[in-house]
Write a protein that binds this ligand. Structure first.
Ligand code: ZN
Length: 287
């Protein structure tokens, strides 16, 4: 496993971590101040300053990307399916312009939450079938752009409203079905917040192998968790054995960024520089 204790060369900042403290330009400036070499921006943050400006800011700062957040939300009623398809194609185009190595996919849950305005449903099996078909369709488009897609399994607590792909096994089953050649066009984004509890996780990471491991996200699971979406912990403040998971992905040959992604009302209330200083210190000590 790589030694992170001496520096933060392999720290990437998911820009949602400081989304309340400034726009993407301010975040990129802060990364430069702190010697952070990579980011994973969100589409709404890119849209807020404009794609062209975002591309230029990333390029001028010499930043790499560790992903692009996010595509997906495949589950929709018939009236909203084209919207979902076109929106995902735009995500691929934006990722390409920004030089991202992959688009991170959050699959979607039930249609009324994935694509607001869709007719309500309680059919989670149907939702899962739709996710499969939606990824297949997006993959055809993404391949023409040479843009890999990374399915991020989400903790089961999000099955209804965000993602009905809830385990690494489920995500890899989709990969095997749609990309049996393991060409690198389709893989997984593994976020310790979502996978740490899974008794199968280490075996599934081994099953994934290097070709399927496209991104690795870190934060921590706080006890108690007061808000299932916006109370993620800073690494070291919770119960996740992050080093064990990083060691497992690196044993498969993953050599990319360790991306810090913290949605937290607490951390959003602190100054950007303080958050980044803490991220760097914890990356060295805990990740
Ligand atoms: Zn994540």
């Amino acid at each position: 496993m790589r030694d992170f204790s001496n520096g933060h060369r392999w720290l990437s900042l998911n820009t949602a971590t400081v989304r309340k403290q400034g726009d993407l330009t301010a975040i990129i400036d802060a990364c430069a101040r702190h010697g952070i070499r990579a980011i994973d921006p969100w589409r709404d943050q890119v849209a807020a300053i404009g794609l062209d400006r975002a591309v230029k800011a990333v390029r001028d700062a010499g930043l790499e990307l560790s992903g692009y957040c996010r595509g997906g939300m495949f589950v929709a009623d018939a009236a909203h399916r084209i919207e979902a398809r076109d929106d995902n194609r735009r995500a691929v185009d934006e990722a390409k312009a920004l030089g991202a190595p992959c688009v991170v996919l959050v699959a979607g849950g039930l249609p009324q939450y994935s694509r607001p305005g869709s007719a309500a449903s309680k059919d989670i099996a149907g939702a899962r079938a739709e996710v499969h078909d939606g990824i297949a369709e997006m993959l055809d488009y993404a391949k023409t752009a040479n843009m890999p897609l990374a399915i991020e399994p989400l903790h089961p607590a999000y099955a209804a409203d965000r993602a009905c792909v809830n385990t690494t096994r489920q995500a890899l089953d989709i990969c095997d079905a749609l990309n049996p050649a393991r060409s690198g066009a389709l893989g997984v984004a593994l976020d310790v917040y979502h996978i740490w509890w899974d008794p199968e996780v280490l075996a599934q990471i081994a099953r994934a192998g290097k070709e399927r491991l496209l991104a690795f996200h870190v934060c921590d699971w706080l006890v108690p968790t007061r808000d299932i979406l916006n109370d993620r912990g800073m690494m070291g403040d919770g119960v996740i054995d992050i080093k064990r998971l990083r060691s497992a992905v690196e044993a498969q040959g993953f050599a990319g960024y360790s991306e810090i992604e913290i949605f937290s009302n607490d951390w959003w209330s602190k100054p950007m520089d303080e958050v980044l200083q803490t991220c760097i210190a914890r990356h060295r000590a805990i990740v």
